[in-house]
Design a protein around this ligand. Sequence first.
Ligand code: SF4
Length: 357
Amino acid sequence: MKHENTLFSKNLLNWYDINKRTLPWRSESDPYRIWLSEIMLQQTQTERVSHYYFKWLKRFPSLKSVAKAKEESLLKVWEGLGYYNRCRNFHSAAKTVIKDYNGKIPKEFKLFKSLPGIGDYTAAAVLSIAFDIPFPAIDGNIKRVMARMLRIKTITKYNFRRVQKELENFIDKTRPGDFNQALMDLGNQVCRPNQAHCYACPMKSFCRAAQTDHPEQYPRPELSKDIPHYDVVLGLIWKKGRFLILKRDNRKHLGGLWELPGGKIDYRESPEKALIREIKEECNVDVILGKNTDPIKHRYSHFAITVRAFHCQLYNGKKVFSNQPNRWITPQQIIKFPFPKANHKLFAKINFDADNI
Ligand code: SF4
């Protein structure tokens, strides 16, 4: 068995040494940078992360600089990467590490995992890559590769535990970070979701699915779910060349970002009626609606939206009263605040010089 384990990691690491992907964080030894890359990579494709990774490091070169930064400046750099909870959690985790651990990332699995935003996968990935501690980090790619090696149809809890145990056995104790990354790369380049290139796979002799005609049927693909769609209407409420923006509650989806007032259109309402109602609820003012913008479409992971906006004026010049923090900004100040992507798509449709009322 020991011989088999050694051969498993030897084959895998030999392949990795020749075929590994060149990624900006791969040559890193700084635990802060490795941690940052893993947080950015959660639910986000590698190609998208590179740009944000460099932009972030330019602005926040150390964990200390993250801990000291204002949440809004962090969100501004993160803007567009999505899943903003990751950014807020990273901020509070950085503050804890600076305050409680003297700026050193805790190497103990339980301690590191107790920080905000760290799950089993991220803890194992960071600790194995940054500190050579042999924890298997099981991401989507590794789950698929191992399901094929063990010929698992469905990843139940029990089967996940089987995968974990196998990897605990096989993980290379001297290069655990490389071992994890090698399996990820194998899943990305060779053992692809819809096509397993078994002829080019260094793990073929260990793989049970490779003995079948269709290794891709392991694990069984999950059925894609239909996601709900919502119609949303927003208001550009103008006052002396500035328009109103509100800050989203931190506990909500896209929390901490700024947005235009407005909300979902009820199926019984017209967009106009919905906007007047939403603005009354959010800002306690009545508005007169002007021109509307072309609608834009945007898709989040769990729902999709069609958004349109109306230029508005305050009725009787009343004062806005909102429970949310609010600002009046000029179009030139848009770049200073973090907004959801859907708002940016909408801003791009507006001719601020001509449409401003
Ligand atoms: S042999 Fe084929 S199915 Fe098995 S891990 Fe390699 S590519 Fe995937």
